[in-house]
Design a protein around this ligand. Structure first.
Ligand SMILES: [Zn+2]
Length: 307
């Protein structure tokens, strides 16, 4: 074992020439991190601290990481092999005996760029839900897309205005994407050009659920608290859930249902929720000159609690 970086006290274990291992503790979890080569020791140390920080972003939902023992693999990509300009080129979650988050990165980018990137927060947010059937994938992609924005704001990596602009622009992309398809149909396998519908219809429904929970409980309940209860009872899960089973389970934690009514209204309906009206009630105004947040609207207090 070689100890590098006494200030951070991160121990890097070069178990073989192709991987550096490091365990990191965050609330609720031991992160088993693997840094694939070639990445030098100094950069590896920076990346490990960044992974820990991104895990702590997700802990801003309900105070602990959703999986107590996840495996996180950072894989450097060859320069020129990707077209994306992001430091994290691609991320994915695989679920077998353990849940693994793989992050494919451009190791040439400065570490500051990684902290400003949403991909790790999005992938870690996936762990707040169980694996869903293909047709109900809009729920997992949508909830992760919602949380990547609100958690990056809560952690201070986005200004709240920026988070709401990104959500608003996403809802608009979702509204324009495959307007004839319902979320369930858009998420079914083999549907082309439906990606924005899949991601942003689910994010819209996450925001609608969060607003209703916070509003009716005076802030005592939220999407955060309900997902915390889901984690306590049921995660990590080895099963592949249906959207109905998930939403019925979420409703079982609260006095009267919020999730199944949204499912019945939107999951098989082509129309996109009216998010412009919702954003206006939240006090979010988008103009070509930028975003303004207004504290005088009916849901302004809910917005401040979310971001
Ligand atoms: Zn995703």
């Amino acid at each position: 074992m070689m100890i590098i970086g006494p200030l951070l006290a991160i121990s890097l274990v070069a178990s073989n020439s192709a991987t550096i291992h490091a365990d990191q503790q965050v609330a609720g979890a031991n992160l088993s991190i693997e840094i694939r080569q070639p990445i030098n020791a100094e950069k590896a140390e920076e990346l490990i601290a960044w992974i820990r920080s991104a895990a702590n972003n997700v802990n801003l939902a309900y105070g602990r990481f959703p999986n107590p023992a996840p495996r996180i693999v950072v894989i450097p990509s060859r320069i020129g092999s990707w077209t994306s300009n992001s430091p994290v080129l691609y991320g994915r979650v695989t679920r077998r005996r353990t849940e693994t988050v793989e992050l494919f990165i451009n190791a040439q980018r400065p570490i500051e760029d990684f902290y400003a990137d949403w991909t790790a927060t999005h992938e870690f947010s996936h762990l707040m839900l169980p694996l869903l059937k293909q047709r109900h994938r809009w729920i997992s992609e949508g909830f992760a897309s919602y949380y990547q924005n609100v958690l990056m704001s809560r952690a201070g990596h986005y200004a709240p205005e920026d988070a709401w602009r990104r959500l608003s622009e996403g809802f608009e992309r979702g509204r324009k994407s495959r307007p004839g398809l319902s979320p369930n149909d858009a998420a079914a396998g083999g549907i082309r050009y439906a990606r924005m519908k899949v991601y942003w219809s689910g994010a819209a429904i996450a925001l609608l659920a969060d607003i209703e929970l916070r509003q009716r409980s005076g802030g005592g309940e939220s999407l955060d608290t309900v997902l915390g209860q889901l984690q306590a009872c049921c995660l990590p899960s080895r099963q592949r859930w249906t959207g109905r089973r998930l939403f019925q389970k979420l409703d079982s934690f609260i006095a009267s249902p919020v999730f199944m009514p949204l499912y019945e209204k939107y999951a098989d309906a082509p129309r996109f929720p009216d998010m412009q009206a919702t954003l206006a009630d939240l006090g979010v105004t988008i103009t070509p000159r930028g975003v303004t947040l207004d504290d005088g609207q009916s849901l302004s207090a809910v917005r401040r609690a979310i971001d």
